[in-house]
Design a protein around this ligand. Structure first.
Ligand SMILES: Cc1cc2nc3c(=O)[nH]c(=O)nc-3n(C[C@H](O)[C@H](O)[C@H](O)COP(=O)(O)OP(=O)(O)OC[C@H]3O[C@@H](n4cnc5c(N)ncnc54)[C@H](O)[C@@H]3O)c2cc1C
Length: 284
């Protein structure tokens, strides 16, 4: 079931990509569907769920952004981006037909093969669902290889739930989807509270055969890790994606060093026990 990613022959080399479509998601967040101008590059481009690209907007800068769409889509692929600062706000002002530079894909992917035969639990916080979405497509496509699939998703409010229109389809295809919000609206009738509570309450038939993939704010991942360990899930079956700031994406500049590792090249997806000693240290 492994998906190869395109080896990046020249990690500094940019390809021109064009915005084919922009899907507004929630406030300040949109999904950009991109395509290569060069059809040969397009045909060769492959990524693994969990990997990221460096997007370059001339005159503004370059940012790492996870791939958020189906890894097997052969025409365009997508990045779901929150406009927070210089580069991402410029991207938010872009239009269909505009071009940008792209290098990638970079980094480690979700190791879905290690979860085969397991109950797979995905825990997402906020925009953390974007790097998990390619894994969701892949898990659903190969659902018979896993004992069960569960998505626990925490959002600040009901109107910041990402990919809401897709959730019913994921449920229909066999994934148990549970959502919680920090602050309810008058019409919200679902769970309220942090996503860790959903994990605490989730019935686990066999913790030893359970794998957890998580992405969200670091504080969320610390608590999810603790909860999963307390439930008896082996640490070697907990995986997380780190999204600290980075620059070169190839382990040279040192901006994203975390303990002995570089998030851009050793991550962003790590096994929990490889990172746990450094998770509580903010400045690393
Ligand atoms: C591996 C990886 C994958 C990512 N995937 C996505 C994604 O799919 N979608 C998405 O919207 N964002 C993602 N990010 C975060 C994204 O790279 C930053 O939001 C972006 O670099 C901000 O650049 P800017 O020029 O717009 O903001 P800046 O002007 O550089 O910064 C604006 C504010 O955002 C803060 N900031 C900058 N980078 C980060 C960061 N990495 N984490 C937290 N705060 C940051 C700054 O400290 C500042 O307060 C990812 C980051 C990494 C490392």
């Amino acid at each position: 079931m492994s998906l190869a990613s395109t080896p990046t022959a020249d990690p500094w080399g940019y390809h021109t990509v064009r915005i084919h479509e922009i899907t507004p998601e929630v406030a300040d967040v949109a999904t950009y569907h991109l395509g290569f101008d060069d059809s040969a590059v397009a045909a060769a481009y492959r990524f693994q769920p969990g990997q990221f690209n460096m997007l370059y907007l001339p005159g503004f800068g370059e940012v790492p952004i996870s791939l958020s769409a189906d890894p097997r889509s052969s025409t365009t692929w997508a990045h779901t981006v929150r406009a927070v600062g210089n580069v991402t706000q410029k991207l938010a002002r872009s239009k269909v037909g505009d071009t940008l530079g792209l290098r990638g894909p970079f980094g480690s992917g979700w190791p879905l093969h290690t979860a085969e035969g397991h109950d797979v639990v995905l825990v997402a916080g906020g925009l953390g669902i974007a790097p998990l979405r390619p894994a969701i497509y892949e898990l659903l496509r190969q659902a018979n290889r896993f004992r069960s699939l569960t998505l626990l998703y925490g959002s600040r409010t009901p109107d910041t739930i990402l990919f809401e229109h897709e959730l019913p389809e994921w449920s229909q295809r066999g994934m148990s989807v549970q959502i919680t919000v920090d602050r309810a609206s008058p019409t919200w009738s679902g769970h309220v509270g942090v996503v860790t509570l959903l994990l605490d309450r989730l019935p686990l038939s066999d913790p030893q055969q359970t794998s957890v993939l998580m992405c969200g704010p670091e504080v969320m991942m610390r608590f999810v890790g603790k909860s999963a360990l307390a439930r008896g899930i082996p640490e070697s079956q907990l995986w997380l994606s780190m999204e600290r700031n980075m620059q070169c994406a190839i382990g040279l500049c040192g901006h994203c060093q975390l303990g002995p590792t570089f998030i851009c090249k050793d991550g962003p997806v790590y096994r929990h026990d490889h990172l746990a000693p450094f998770l509580n240290v903010e400045g690393l």
